[in-house]
Design a protein around this ligand. Sequence first.
Ligand code: GLV
Ligand code: MN
Ligand code: MN
Length: 405
Amino acid sequence: MKIDATRLNARLDLLGQVGAVEGQGRTRLALTEEDRLGRKLVSMWMRETGAEVVIDSIGNIHCVLRGQSDDAPIMTGSHIDTVRRAGALDGCYGVVAGIEVIAAIVKARLKPRKTLVVTAFTNEEGVRYTPDLLGSRVMTKEMSLSDALHVVSTDGKRFGEELDRIGYAGEASPWEFLPSAFVELHIEQGPVLDAKGLAIGVVEGVQGYSWWHVAVEGRANHAGTTPMALRLDAGTAAMELIRDITKRSADSLTPAVATIGTFALEPNSINVVPGKASFTIDMRDPYIQTLARAEADLRDAVAALRDEGFKVTLNCTSRNDPVPFSSSLCERIENNAQARSLSSMRIVSGASHDAQMMARVCPTAMIFVPSREGVSHNPREFSTPAQLATGADVLLDTLWQLVEA
Ligand code: GLV
Ligand code: MN
Ligand code: MN
């Protein structure tokens, strides 16, 4: 069997046009109108395979190719929501390739022994709704359905209401297709495979991360009349904390990273000492001990600001320990790459994925293909059509073995 490489790439281009703005990539935040249009397109392609399409109550869309046995299904999938100004491949590749796997099996007139499910998970990115990975978080009972439906977006809208509004509050249980194995195909989003000229990354696990929302409150005052010694400047206090936290990651002996992706000052005027600074921190590290130490240092830095008279609120909005994947699934993927004469290496994912949630409930692994210059979460994200087709073929081989096992 082989993936229809032309259709895979054509569909990725098409999906990439949903929510696209000239020169700014595409923005398809979870449960927006753009997400609805993307879902509609993907559901149509799922239906075209002849398989069943089922939507669950957290909005995950499942393409279900029924097997001959009642065994728990094998699942693949990823997400089609995006960050702001995204590339066309992050998440979409895994969903569209999964659909092509089912299409290839149907075309070969084969009926798998086990049921095969391709899932487009809701709100993987966590940009509009935090925490991230909401669809897989609910499926794996890391979060209750009711808590998830009550999460409020950055623009003040309840998850459950928005899911209803876009028409994707399904009736199926999010636990209906709990699989016995999960394999996610994704672009690497980092520079390693591209730099080494390798075709396939066999993903052994995902690094740990924690997300924080921080608000520092000081005292707004006149920029001209308030002596430096008498200020309680929330802006500079926040910036000093940020410099310490990011420098700490830069100096770490581990590949720790820290990112301030959002930052806002109030009242945000040139001639007013800022009374409030609000920002987010995304800290990641493959090692649990150093990640925990970075978190402790953040708490200490906040305590020091409080001692200086600032009021600081610190909320952890999402957190995951580093996740190891199944070594037997990794071996299987490695062997399948080798069988197609493809070069590969073991790799740890720097980005987070629904697979890290699924790893809590079943043997899980991921397959990476190279990202040009390691660029992602950026419109310039790119992998060649041939690289994308190659990864999808390895996914096909792996899933077919699992459904037949
Ligand atoms: C998702 O892409 C993440 O790693 O934040
Ligand atoms: Mn992704
Ligand atoms: Mn992403």
